[in-house]
Design a protein around this ligand. Structure first.
Ligand code: FAD
Length: 405
């Protein structure tokens, strides 16, 4: 078995699998090392993600969008943002941006299925799973990755290792790259419900003093609930009976869609903001949650990670075509510099929303009500907000403009 590659991607979750597919026609020899068995849901845990319009374009350019839609994607035609018990609200409409949808709600399992089907068809990609990174050694010319003994694979070498192995990245730790983590002291409880009335393809984001509550439209008139509660209340919410939980949810959300029923299985995700101090080193790059993990408040996390993937794939393909060594710092610095503004903007935006809205201090509550009303009344502000949340701000990779690499 050949053990030398151009690129080893550690982590075959949403970001890692997308990167391997984006590099599918590049001629580069790629290994994807994934801790979970392939075919089993790897990093895919029954949750949903809201893919923004920019991510739809990337998946369309990769030839995956039709497959994702056929497996199940629900369009978001408008987003209703409000502050529970206060006067301000704003509505964001797809029609005002001339698009059919602001985003799409897709189950992570569905996305995983589409990605894994595509991965299997790629001649230049080797899947190594289940296998865990144990050690990473970087020398001038190459990187060596040692995997756990159970994987049966000996050490692998490559010109570049990409860490796509999530928030607690083993690649980041092995390279001794520090991270800065801020605990939000909030836990997202996710579950699916069915509203009595049709959801009308509207996503609801309600800010409450204990954290934001989102209800996202799914196919077959289901809705995905993301209830960010204070962490000290999360165990209690998880322990409630279904009927009690639904009563609490209804009290928070209100009666806009009639009675909420048919609660699915609940899952709890503690929330923190994590950023790696460096996103590249010689022979090393981090993408997705391994580089940055944000609060799910505006559904930005994977969308941001997918833009990393699209930018990195473009730079690597261009460098390889130019005959450059893809693992050198000069090539990788170009990627880090390109992504810095977008990364920071999304972190500031999501962090700001959590800080400003998870607060009952009266002047702040009045100011945010005013802020929401202002956004509602000022079309340029609204368009700027929409372009950011749709993933269409700043310098976009070719894939995010609907072009091939
Ligand atoms: C409640 C909640 C709601 C969210 N909603 C949205 C949303 O609406 N929109 C959005 O864009 N984002 C959303 N996100 C964020 C999104 O889920 C993440 O950004 C995304 O899943 C990160 O993907 P990733 O591939 O970078 O990391 P992961 O999904 O964590 O994948 C990492 C992969 O690496 C593998 N791995 C780990 N360690 C090793 C190792 N040592 N060796 C080999 N493999 C390893 C794992 O098995 C896994 O498959 C939400 C997050 C939460 C918590």
């Amino acid at each position: 078995m050949n053990k030398d590659f151009d690129i080893i991607i550690v982590g075959g979750g949403l970001a890692g699998a997308s990167l391997a597919i984006a590099l599918g026609d590049s001629g580069l020899r790629i290994a994807v090392v994934e801790a979970a068995p392939f075919g089993a849901p790897a990093g895919f845990d029954g949750r949903t993600v809201a893919l923004n319009y920019g991510s739809r374009r990337i998946f369309a350019a990769l030839g995956l969008w039709e497959r994702i839609v056929s497996l199940g994607a629900c369009p978001i035609e408008r987003i209703h943002i409000s502050d529970r018990g206060r006067f301000g609200f704003t509505r964001l409409e797809a029609a005002s941006m001339g698009v059919e949808a602001l985003g799409y709600v897709v189950e992570i399992g569905v996305l995983g299925q589409a990605l894994q089907q595509a991965l299997r068809g790629l001649a230049n990609v080797r899947l190594i799973a289940p296998a865990r990174l144990q050690q990473l050694t970087i020398t001038g010319e190459s990187a060596t990755v040692t995997l756990d003994a159970e994987s049966g694979a000996g050490p692998l070498t490559a010109r570049l290792v990409v860490g796509a192995d999530g928030t607690r990245s083993a690649v980041r730790a092995a390279a001794d790259i520090a991270d800065e983590t801020t605990d939000y002291r909030q836990t997202a409880i996710v579950a699916n419900v069915t509203p009595e009335r049709p959801h009308g393809f509207t996503a609801y984001e309600r800010f409450t003093s204990s954290g934001p509550l989102a209800l996202l439209p799914k196919i077959e008139n289901r809705m995905a609930v993301v209830w960010s509660a204070r962490s000290q209340d999360a165990d209690g919410l998880m322990a409630l009976s279904d009927a009690e939980f639904l009563r609490g949810l209804q009290a928070r959300f209100g009666n806009r869609l009639g009675r909420l029923t048919q609660l699915g299985k609940r899952q709890a995700h503690p929330l923190a903001l994590t950023e790696a101090a460096e996103h590249v080193r010689p022979r090393l790059a981090l993408v997705g949650n391994a580089a940055h993990t944000v609060h799910p408040v505006a559904g930005q996390g994977f969308n941001l990670g997918l833009r990393d993937v699209a930018a990195l794939a473009e730079i690597l393909v261009d460098s390889a075509r130019a005959g450059d060594d893809i693992g050198t710092l000069s090539v990788l610095n170009e990627f880090a510099a390109w992504r810095q503004n977008d990364d920071r903007a999304v972190m500031r935006f999501t962090n700001g929303l959590v800080r400003i809205f998870s607060n009952d201090f009266t002047p702040l509550a009045l100011a945010r009500g005013l802020g929401l009303t202002l956004v509602d009344l000022a079309p340029p502000l609204k368009r700027a907000l929409l372009r950011r949340t749709m993933g269409l701000s700043g310098r976009l990779p070719r894939l995010a403009r609907g072009l091939t690499i």
